[in-house]
Ligand binder design. Structure first.
Ligand code: SAM
Ligand code: SF4
Length: 352
């Protein structure tokens, strides 16, 4: 148990050591865990059609971990060997005072933590980019599926493209390295993907494409949205010269260099190319549920452990259990119309 820690506006009286030890986290398939995706809210100011329904039901606020609890958990993971934390959601920047958490965690950079980053839709990034940079964030993933304002409004059910573009510009201005993530969607941004990639590369940003995953009930038919990245790559190769890159980020993307744009393109293929053998990550929801796999239902309740009478012991047990139940791989399928989602949880719950 450490002494009181000054974390700016986050009151942090007693830091516990998650697991009561500093033993590294290794699962039963001998995969070392070094990466935590920490969801800080399930709420969002957009309603992307592939992510959630228009009338999404959000959690009551009291179920969500406080900023202090999120900080406490994150520090515990750092003490157990996590070197990279990505803050996500829902939309992390809609959570009130979230910058305080970035500032608090930023103080762990160089002290166990190597990288603090976030995934955002950028609607609020123009206001926060400077503060994030000051907190120690160096890179940011921004979701952008189209540059067409009407298409953006239809896809996200909100007319927010101008704000998003301002946010992207502000991130660049603040010195943050930007990676643009686009979900490849059949018949929606399929034709536009080369222009989106070229635009991103011209701005100096990396770009990554993602296959849509069957997570959570939405109003649309998943199969109609699914566009295999093998098809996208084949079409890009008719137009550009692509070469496989050795670049690695510790994430699931494989990279190609595009000679014509001078940029790098990441491809995340949960459906057409399984990458679970190298998985180094855990995900914690805003309510403190630890999901060792995005595509699995395995879960341990860190909030219950954290709020129990003996958090050190109970968190130790919860983490040991998580290492035992992390599955070998996910089993996404996209071959049947009207199929149940692989998991009932939306991506906005587990954090993308
Ligand atoms: N709101 C933030 C954003 O959109 O960047 C962070 C959370 S969002 C859930 C994280 C990522 O998940 C986004 O890049 C989004 O496009 C992606 N995503 C959401 N639902 C998805 C799905 N069903 N399949 C694949 N990617 C999805
Ligand atoms: Fe919100 Fe991100 Fe989901 Fe879009 S993908 S609805 S921005 S959480």
């Amino acid at each position: 148990m450490s002494d009181a820690v000054n974390t700016g506006n986050i009151r942090q009286p007693d830091l516990i050591t998650v697991g009561g030890s500093d033993a590294p986290l290794v699962d039963r398939f001998k995969r070392s865990i070094s990466y935590l995706r920490l969801s800080v809210t399930d709420r969002c100011d957009l309603r992307c059609t592939y992510c959630m329904p228009e009338r999404m039901k959000f959690l009551p606020r009291k179920e969500v971990l406080t900023l202090e609890e999120l900080y406490e958990l994150a520090c515990g993971f750092i003490d157990r060997g996590v070197t990279k934390i990505r803050v996500t959601g829902g939309e992390p920047l809609v959570r009130r005072d979230i910058i305080d958490l970035f500032h608090a965690l930023g103080r762990r950079i160089g002290n166990g933590l190597e990288e603090l980053t976030l995934t955002t839709n950028a609607t609020q990034l123009a206001e926060h980019a400077d503060s994030l940079a000051r907190a120690g964030v160096r890179r940011v993933n921004i979701s952008l599926d189209t540059l067409d304002r009407e298409k953006f409004a239809a896809l996200t059910r909100r007319d927010a493209l101008p704000r998003v573009l301002e946010g992207i510009a502000a991130a660049k201005e603040a010195g943050l390295r930007v990676k643009l993530n686009a979900v490849a969607l059949k018949g929606v941004n399929e034709e536009e993907l080369p222009d989106l990639i070229a635009w991103g590369h011209a701005q100096g940003h990396d770009v990554t494409l993602i296959e849509v995953m069957p997570l959570g009930d939405i109003e649309e038919e998943r199969l109609d949205q699914f566009l295999p990245l093998s098809d996208v790559r084949a079409r890009l190769e008719q137009r550009w010269t692509l070469s496989d890159s050795d670049h690695k980020t510790g994430g699931p993307a494989r990279y190609v260099d595009i000679a014509d744009t001078g940029g790098r393109l990441g491809l995340i293929t949960p459906l057409t190319g399984n990458f679970c053998a190298g998985c180094n990550r855990l995900r914690v929801t805003a309510t403190g549920q630890l999901y060792p796999c995005l595509g699995g239902s395995e879960r341990v309740d860190l909030r219950a452990a954290l709020r129990s009478g003996d958090p050190e012991r109970n968190l130790a047990e919860a983490l040991a259990q998580a290492m035992m139940i992390k599955p070998e791989k996910h089993h996404f399928r996209m071959d049947e119309r009207g199929a149940e989602p692989a998991q009932p949880r939306h991506m906005s719950m587990t954090g993308g």
